[in-house]
Ligand binder design. Structure first.
Ligand code: ZN
Ligand code: ZN
Length: 407
């Protein structure tokens, strides 16, 4: 506790640049895989704190070696979303960008990754400023393209494990719709694994007045959509959590033409690899069987994309970090988080090293208000105490492993 208090004492000074940086980042959001200015800003700051800085796969890693001891890695994601901000904040983003489809879109930090960047940079400075109470290595990792599930893999493929010493513990946090100043932890599965599937169903085109001469892919698609909803209700045990959503169904052009294909975009969320295999297997089985039932002229195709791994918090690390949070923040500011149906690619980073991890929720909204959901145009965390709590949480969790007198 003495170490924590000493380490956090410069917060009174870091707080000011953190708030300014947060506003700057909020006004200059960048889409996934386009985070160049954001990454450059992070590199500059880490260098000024005295970190050994590396650009890896579109992200940035800062390494602070401070004698013998464990290696603790903390990760922040840095990308923004194609959302036009409607928060009414004085520092609201007015940024636009051309997306990969060629459309001009509003760009916004609608998932709070600006909170994550600012908190981790603040923690990075605190770790660098006061080095006497701790020993070991602190790694601050800034990951691109979380929103499209490719950034963590890109860093791993670019040689992350050659640049960074193997961490003993990995940490990450996400701002969520809870009260600012609180943190929520959870052991075990915490964020869902997700898959998106583009399914093409083949029919046979015909005149709308002569359906008997074709195979109607729209009727086929309708049967598939109905049938898929039986997976969660009929094939999973009661109490098991999963979601199967058909988010898009496209076919045809005109009322008197039977088209030759239909395309479904399906999204799934599950909390174990076993259930994932069951759900994906059931989707493919049902689609193939319905195609067979319709007399489809060729088998369906399945293209998987936006695949997120399960975020499954290590029990021992979560227990240690939760105890450290309780000791620092007090019991009333630490709660047990319910599983969140959203997904993350963070776990690919610890997985690349074989490192256990914990991922916690950071409250970001005034007490008694209904927070707008992440990704909505109204998503506006309050600056404080969100930033300070996010910064403290990383330092407190890291010190649970790095403090010299830690057991
Ligand atoms: Zn998001
Ligand atoms: Zn996010």
């Amino acid at each position: 506790m003495i170490a924590v208090t000493e380490m956090l004492s410069p917060l009174a000074e870091t707080r000011q640049w953190q708030e300014e940086l947060y506003v700057h980042l909020h006004q200059h959001p960048e889409l996934s895989l386009h985070e160049t200015a954001t990454a450059a800003e992070i590199e500059r700051r880490l260098q000024s704190f005295g970190y050994d800085v590396h650009a890896v796969g579109g992200g940035v890693v800062g390494i602070l070696r401070n004698g013998d001891g464990p290696v603790v890695l903390a990760r922040a994601d840095i990308d923004a979303l194609p959302v036009t901000e409607q928060t009414g904040l004085p520092y609201a983003s007015t940024a636009t960008a051309v997306d990969d489809a060629g459309n001009t879109v509003g760009v916004m930090h609608a998932c709070g990754h600006d909170v994550h960047i600012t908190s981790l940079l603040g923690a990075a400075e605190l770790m660098a400023r006061t080095r006497e109470p701790w020993s070991g290595t602190f790694v601050a990792l800034f990951q691109p393209a979380e929103e499209i599930a490719v950034g963590a893999a890109a860093m791993v493929e670019a040689g992350l494990t050659d640049v960074v010493p193997r961490p003993d513990v990995a940490l990450a946090q996400h701002v969520l719709g809870y009260e600012a100043g609180t943190v929520g932890t959870r052991m075990g599965p915490m964020l869902s694994a997700a898959d998106s599937i583009r399914i093409t169903l083949h029919g046979s085109g015909s005149h709308g007045s002569m359906p008997h001469l074709g195979v109607d892919p729209i009727l086929l698609a309708a049967a598939v959509v109905q049938r898929l909803q039986g997976i969660v209700s009929r094939e999973l045990p009661p109490g098991e959590r999963a979601v199967v959503t058909v988010g898009s169904l496209q076919a045809g052009t005109k009322s008197n033409i039977i088209p030759d294909r239909a395309t479904l975009l399906v999204n799934t969320r599950v909390y174990s690899d076993e259930v994932r295999a069951t759900v994906l297997g059931a989707i493919e089985r049902i689609v193939r069987a319905e195609c067979e039932a319709s007399g489809s002229p060729q088998p369906p195709t399945f293209e998987y994309y936006d695949r997120f791994p399960l975020t499954d918090n290590d029990a021992e690390i979560t227990r240690t970090v939760t105890e450290a949070f309780r000791a620092h923040f007090g019991e009333d500011r630490v709660f047990e988080l319910a599983p969140v149906p959203a997904s993350e690619d963070f776990s690919r980073i610890p997985a690349a090293f074989g490192t256990p991890y914990t991922y916690w929720g950071l409250g970001g909204f005034p007490a008694g208000t209904v927070a707008p959901p992440n990704h909505s145009p109204g998503f506006a965390p309050v600056l404080q105490p969100t930033l300070t709590t996010g910064t403290e949480a990383i330092v407190v969790a890291a010190l649970a492993y790095l403090t010299k007198d830690a057991s």
